[in-house]
Design a protein around this ligand. Structure first.
Ligand SMILES: C[S@@+](CC[C@H](N)C(=O)[O-])C[C@H]1O[C@@H](n2cnc3c(N)ncnc32)[C@H](O)[C@@H]1O
Length: 252
């Protein structure tokens, strides 16, 4: 089965409880909405929420004048979404006309896409001249404590492959965008043991889909990780998420 299908199934399965569990997504969504509101220069704008999921933003950005289009790979996610304008599609092939959208927002979706160059090309194509893109994503060195610990055990990939902020900047500029603003921050969570860390990680939307990730580990991997994972002065295991928010516009 191809990777896109696995990602779709992963989010189809997560859809029912998504809004209840989407803690990471809510924090970045608040920042993104504040940033987007700075970019709203007319109340009648067409906004595309790319990788909208169950609709974290709907109540915050939709006004009677704004038209919000929710687009997502997962039908089950879109069924949870209250948007009246929902499109089931892959961000790499947007079924929208050239120069038809004023603002594209995307919260914690881009880290899932395989061909980011194509996704940014598509966003550039559908945005009007001087159209705005605001996105948040996870970047390197997210989950470095877990990735480094796994590297001591096997050479398999267990998490998403995150890009650096510089790689995102280069992709944007090469896709014809002008960058207006960028912000980076991180958040660290602490756990008493590997199993509780895994439970959090599984719900954070950053683990690979089950069929693709070679298993997070049976008992022996968990035992090995328990021994090598670094512990802080309070004897806790840390796991960090590094966020990136970028605002850019197309050439007028
Ligand atoms: C971590 S969730 C974030 C959802 C939403 N933006 C939020 O803030 O709650 C990632 C979403 O991206 C969608 N997604 C992943 N890959 C995609 C792709 N190639 N095209 C469109 N949507 C995609 C998933 O189905 C999922 O709903």
């Amino acid at each position: 089965m191809n990777k896109l299908k696995l990602i779709q199934q992963n989010f189809d399965r997560a859809a029912a409880n998504y809004l209840k569990l989407a803690k990471l997504q809510n924090t970045t969504a608040q920042k993104l909405v504040a940033q987007m509101n700075n970019q709203l220069n007319s109340p009648e704008q067409i906004i595309l929420d790319l990788g909208s999921g169950a609709g974290t933003f709907n109540h915050q950005v939709s006004t009677p004048q704004n038209q919000i289009i929710s687009l997502d790979l997962s039908c089950a996610m879109l069924r949870q979404n209250s948007s009246s304008n929902a499109i089931n599609a892959d961000a790499a092939y947007l079924p929208l006309k050239d120069n038809s959208v004023d603002i594209v927002i995307s919260n914690l979706m881009l880290q899932w896409t395989e061909n980011k160059r194509q996704v940014f090309g598509e966003i550039n194509r559908i945005l009007k001249p001087n159209g705005v893109l605001v996105f948040t994503t996870l970047i390197k060195p997210s989950l470095h404590q877990l990735i480094d610990s796994f590297a001591n055990i096997d050479n398999q990939q267990h998490t998403l492959d995150f890009l650096s902020s510089t790689e995102y900047q280069d992709l944007l500029v090469n896709s014809g965008f002008t960058i207006n603003d960028q912000q980076q921050w991180y958040e660290t969570f602490y756990f008493s043991d590997i199993l509780s860390l895994f439970r959090h990680f599984g719900k954070s939307g950053t683990s690979l889909p089950a069929a693709q990730r070679n298993g997070l580990g049976g008992k022996s991997i968990i035992n090995k990780l328990e021994q090598i994972y670094p512990r802080n002065n309070d004897d806790l295991l840390a796991l960090s998420y590094h966020y990136f928010m970028l605002t850019a516009h197309t050439i007028s």
